[in-house]
Design a protein around this ligand. Structure first.
Ligand SMILES: Nc1nc2c(ncn2[C@@H]2O[C@H](COP(=O)(O)OP(=O)(O)OP(=O)(O)O)[C@@H](O)[C@H]2O)c(=O)[nH]1
Ligand SMILES: [Mg+2]
Length: 685
């Protein structure tokens, strides 16, 4: 594609609830604009934007995909985004680099959970929006009901610019409410000349035309005056005033069609060209104007064959092939070899990308999602990308022994591509934990490990990182004495254990007077105690929240050694620990869930059965309630499946660590017995 002036570029993210036809719509838009010459489909795995084999297998988008087309002399960059919340990292990042969003709504289901969430996100980012009510041909499709939902649940500044004639399998065409003409083409867009509006829909067309006129004249004083005087405005005047209102974010046009039949696409393309501001009107970052070039990397594709590809939005200046840039985060130089223009998975070489444009570059050394690249290093003011925290995690182990390193490397590569996929080692349990945003999210990662990197893994429920502590003071002696022939071993100490507040920390206080234990051996006692504390006697969990006073002891001038005092320390700790009323601690998590109002009772009941404590409940509007609770981690490891079934897939949640608390006695008993059994089994084998 030739270079476009920044004023002729439109950057648009296509967003919406899962399965509303976003990918099919992008396909139809590309086709209608002549960017591709056949209309691919999800069913045939032949769309431009869903090109990954996992996307084909699951028939859903798993990553953002960049496409572009030309319409009315403008270049439209389209970013097709996944609707599933498990893959929202890409969706959130895409929204950060565009001026407009094309919001897809299913004509059967109307506004859905994710529609509302994404709408709020667009609101926060102050993006212009065009709404497309899709799937008019489906059984039970009802454009007018969907429109009412859009106006009541998203914004009453949403206004229809097109309405369908007929619906389901009797869909006959579309009415253009600006010019009050009908296009009778149930398939293929606006084929043939416009005709008079059929009588069957004349009343409805008049009603929605009035709504359109009312909304538009409200935003334009001069037009309002003329309308009041003359009682009429022309279609072109109306369209021109609407354009201004959409660019200003005052109105959101709603249009409709059938993506899979390429119906309604002309109207969408026109609205995007007219209603989405060019990058000139809305600079993304401060501090980068002037002649220096700057680019913001919002997506990284880790391709095992082609290497790493970074997708960027030019913030200022021109980015050229064969140049050198500085990565603001690492301060190191990146050599830009070949720039790429993406059309789904197709790459075409590009010489340069001008301000506001979106492009890609391969083979940078260390640039990742969220980085800014500059021709000259200077401070750039740009809000960082923010991603949600993982809500679930699994312990992950390679099927083949010895594959640990390969698995780690592969997972790090996947995490480069998707920052919401997290890998960490639990220090306490020693397990590698893979965290993600949903069950599908983690499953897809596991599939990719196998297919892209040849690593087979198993997922297990992670272990709960229990701790142990003491509840009262105790005192004990540890005495180690061994006499075998020549030189023996001798160490002897008396210690006092005291609970520390908050079940946290460890302190060692040397209270020895008069050298009953020589100075040089006392640290060995401390060491022996700390080693013993790694595995408490209840469930083998680490012991925390203890102050140790070393109060007395004795030694032998020949047989004493550091080793002997270490053992003595550990013996003293074990015997004092038993008498200090030890107790098991478990992590408590803060849960925040958003669930449909009508499921609140069921969700609370379920939380109750998980030993959850409810802390607050608040309706958030649009039929959802936010629930705050504290729940022991052990009870919420598999919450995702339950919440999905309790809320019909409409609820979601986040968890964060809060504090440790004592495990109730009857539950602790079970955990302790189980840990004992495990230790015995481990010993036996
Ligand atoms: N009948 C009918 N089916 C459609 C229409 N648009 C899309 N579909 C079908 O609906 C399903 C989902 O379409 P997609 O284009 O994958 O929807 P999406 O919004 O991209 O889905 P995600 O990326 O998973 O969020 C596919 O089977 C499409 O063929 C339409 O207008 N009419
Ligand atoms: Mg899709």
């Amino acid at each position: 594609m030739p270079q476009f002036e920044p004023s002729k570029i439109r950057n648009v993210a296509v967003v919406g609830h899962r399965g509303t036809g976003k990918t099919s719509l992008v396909e139809a838009l590309l086709f209608q604009a002549g960017a591709v010459n056949r209309l691919g489909s999800i069913e045939a795995s032949s769309t431009v934007s869903d090109w990954d084999e996992d996307e084909h297998r699951r028939q859903m988008s798993l990553a953002a995909s960049l496409c572009h087309l030309e319409w009315q002399g403008r270049k439209i960059n389209l970013i097709d985004t996944p609707g599933d919340p498990g893959f929202q990292a890409d969706t959130l990042a895409a929204l950060r680099v565009v001026e407009g969003a094309l919001v897809a709504v299913n004509a059967v289901n109307g506004v859905e959970v994710q529609t509302t969430r994404l709408w709020e996100r667009c609101e926060a980012l102050d993006l212009c929006r065009v709404v497309f009510v899709n799937m008019l041909d489906r059984e039970r499709a009802d454009f007018f009901a969907a429109l009412e939902g859009i106006r009541s649940q998203l914004s009453d500044r949403c206004v229809a610019v097109q309405i369908p004639i007929g619906h389901e399998h009797e869909l006959k065409g579309i009415v253009d409410l600006f010019h009050m003409r009908a296009y009778m083409s149930p398939e293929g867009d606006r084929e043939g000349a416009p005709v008079d509006i059929p009588a069957e829909i004349a009343d409805q067309a008049a009603t929605y035309r009035e709504q359109l006129v009312d909304s538009v004249v409200e935003t334009d004083e001069a037009l309002m005056e003329r309308y009041l005087e003359e009682g009429e405005v022309s279609g072109d005047e109306l369209a021109a005033a609407l354009k201004n209102a959409v660019v200003a974010g005052e109105l959101f046009p709603v249009t409709c069609g059938v993506a899979t039949k390429n119906l309604g696409t002309t109207s969408v393309l026109d609205l995007l060209v007219e209603g989405v501001p060019s990058p000139v009107k809305k600079p993304l970052a401060a501090g980068v104007d002037g002649d220096a070039a700057a680019a913001f990397v919002f997506k990284t594709v880790a391709d095992p064959f082609a290497g790493r590809i970074n997708v960027f939005r030019v913030l200022a200046g021109k980015l050229a092939s064969d140049s050198t840039l500085v990565n603001v985060r690492t301060h190191s130089k990146e050599r830009v070899g070949q720039l790429l223009e993406l059309q789904g998975k197709e790459h075409v070489q590009a010489q340069e990308f001008g301000p506001g444009d979106i492009g890609a570059v391969s083979k940078l050394k260390e640039t990742v999602t969220g980085d800014v690249l500059l021709t000259q290093e200077r401070p750039v003011e740009l809000a960082p990308l923010e991603f949600p925290q993982p809500v679930m995690s699994f312990a992950i182990t390679p099927k083949a022994k010895g594959d640990e390193e390969k698995m780690g490397t592969a997972l790090r590569r996947l995490a480069e591509e998707d920052p919401t996929l997290t890998l960490r080692r639990d220090e306490q349990t020693g397990e590698q934990l893979l965290g993600g945003l949903s069950q599908i999210h983690v499953e897809v990662a596991v599939e990719r490990l196998r297919r892209r990197f040849g690593v087979e893994v198993d997922l297990h429920q992670p272990r709960v990182p229990y701790l142990e502590t003491i509840r009262k003071e105790s005192r004990a002696q540890g005495r180690y004495k061994k006499q075998t022939g020549g030189r023996g071993q001798f160490g002897d100490c008396h210690i006092v254990l005291e609970p520390l507040p908050g079940h946290e920390g460890y302190e060692f206080v040397d209270k020895i007077v008069g050298g009953v234990i020589p100075q040089g051996f006392r640290p060995a006692v401390d060491k022996g105690i700390q080693e013993a504390m790694l595995h408490g006697d209840l469930a083998g969990a680490p012991v925390k929240g203890v102050r140790v006073l070393l109060v007395d002891g004795s030694y032998h001038s020949v047989d004493s050694s550091e080793m002997a005092f270490k053992i003595a320390g550990s013996l003293a700790f074990k015997s004092a620990y038993e008498k200090a009323d030890p107790v098991l601690l478990e992590p408590i998590m803060a849960l925040e869930a958003a669930v449909p109002d009508e499921t609140v009772g069921a969700v609370n009941g379920d939380l109750n059965s998980r030993r959850g404590r409810l802390h607050g409940m608040e309706p958030t509007g649009s039929g959802m309630t936010s629930i705050k609770a504290e729940v022991p981690m052990a009870e919420i490891l598999t919450y995702s499946q339950s919440l999905t079934s309790l809320t019909g897939g409409r609820g979601d949640y986040t968890l964060s660590f809060l504090r440790y608390e004592e495990v109730p006695a009857h539950i602790a008993q079970r955990i302790i017995e189980e840990a004992r059994r495990e230790r015995e089994e481990a010993k036996a084998s």
